[in-house]
Design a protein around this ligand. Sequence first.
Ligand code: GRG
Length: 292
Amino acid sequence: MEAFLQKYDSYKNAVEEGIAKALRGYKEQVPKILMESMEYSALGGGKCIRGVLVLGTGEMLGIDENLLIKYAVAAEMIHASSLIHDDMPCMDNDTMRRGKPCNHIAYGEAVALYAGLGLLNTAYELLLSDCGKEVEIKAAYELMKSAGVKGIMKGQSLDILNEGRKVDFDTLKTIHACKTGALLRAVVVIPAILSGKQEAVESMEIYGENIGTAFQIVDDILDVTASSEDLGKTAGKDLEADKLTYVKIFGVDRAKEMAQEHIDTAISALDSIEGNSSFLKETAEFILNRRK
Ligand code: GRG
């Protein structure tokens, strides 16, 4: 466990340095308040799990970290952008994220709106810079697609449009697979695309889809079992909004079992991978046992 956490932190540091460096490149040309607001959320004390997964999967598949880093940085920028918008009054209307005021509370709604759009666009600029090989463009496309109207935006809009309505389990699964799952799937598929090995792409798709589902089930469980202080965001929001969740349908105990089943499936998908998959196995367990 100790070795896993050290490795996790070293990947996380590399991603955060990459984000800081990428944003520094814009500093002179961007209004100060907008840049501060983008940094506030992109370097805002999250777990950085999407960037870590790009680097961990890439190392397992033998991909050079210098090639991987821009995908890891872009994934975290896209994620931060979605969190800024998710917290705004027209969406989840929250006040706290990662243990501090949400972006729109700290900077106002107009700046927060542009910080979100700014991070999304900066991610795309980064992704399409210096693409030497076709697989690099394919990998960039995979990440951009995961954020779009067939990915995160589809999940979020279905979530918002169904507020206050009774949704069935299939719709719930689609919302989760898009809102949370699409990006978690993309970050592990990207290194496989870069490896040029179709078998690796197929294994990582199964791994990514299953850690994505488990991640959201654990999120649903934490919403009812953890405190706002531990989560760094308002707990009990799902209950308050009367949202359909795994916990609401199945109860906490069965939801925990279901998360475990998805983690087991994700780990089994790594059996056919040639490289050392221990970090990804432990990351899957980390997702299951996380406390925030
Ligand atoms: C701008 C791409 C984009 C989309 C706009 C608002 C919106 C549409 C989508 C919201 C999607 C969303 C917030 C999904 C929830 C995903 C989730 C479980 C977030 C929490 O992730 P953690 O726990 O957070 O990894 P940290 O803080 O650790 O980074």
